[in-house]
Design a protein around this ligand. Structure first.
Ligand SMILES: Cc1cc2nc3c(=O)[nH]c(=O)nc-3n(C[C@H](O)[C@H](O)[C@H](O)COP(=O)(O)OP(=O)(O)OC[C@H]3O[C@@H](n4cnc5c(N)ncnc54)[C@H](O)[C@@H]3O)c2cc1C
Length: 93
């Protein structure tokens, strides 16, 4: 990917914290879209998280209902409300 000559904001690392920050920025100001770049050697989101959970053989969080990257802790519940065939408990603990 060719890098632009100038960016407003560089986010180093594409982990949980960076994903939350990115979500927060885009929810606050849609105009931030295309104003920043996220740098990570894996070139994808949550690679370290995925590797660490795989190493510990943890398939899912036990209490994920409010522990997710969206700044709004209730957002996953709202998202899951009408998706009974895709998302089911234990997301709701
Ligand atoms: C087994 C396990 C269970 C956990 N359970 C929970 C839980 O239930 N609840 C909870 O809140 N927390 C839990 N944690 C902790 C949680 O995973 C971390 O607090 C969280 O991932 C930290 O987020 P982060 O974005 O700071 O770092 P990370 O998720 O580690 O992401 C850092 C990113 O930065 C990148 N990076 C590193 N160096 C550079 C560099 N020089 N340049 C560019 N990119 C770089 C890495 O590739 C990585 O993608 C758990 C952790 C483990 C291992």
């Amino acid at each position: 990917m060719a890098l632009p000559n100038y960016i407003d904001l560089a986010i180093v690392g594409a982990g949980v914290q960076a994903l939350t920050l990115t979500t927060h920025l885009l929810q606050k100001r849609a105009k931030y879209d295309h104003k920043f770049l996220v740098f990570d050697p894996s070139q994808t989101w949550l690679s370290q998280w995925q590797q660490q959970f795989a190493a510990q053989q943890i398939p899912s969080l036990r209490s994920p209902a409010v522990h997710h990257p969206d700044p709004n802790p209730h957002q996953l519940r709202t998202f899951a409300e009408h998706r009974h065939n895709e998302l089911f408990p234990p997301y709701d603990k």
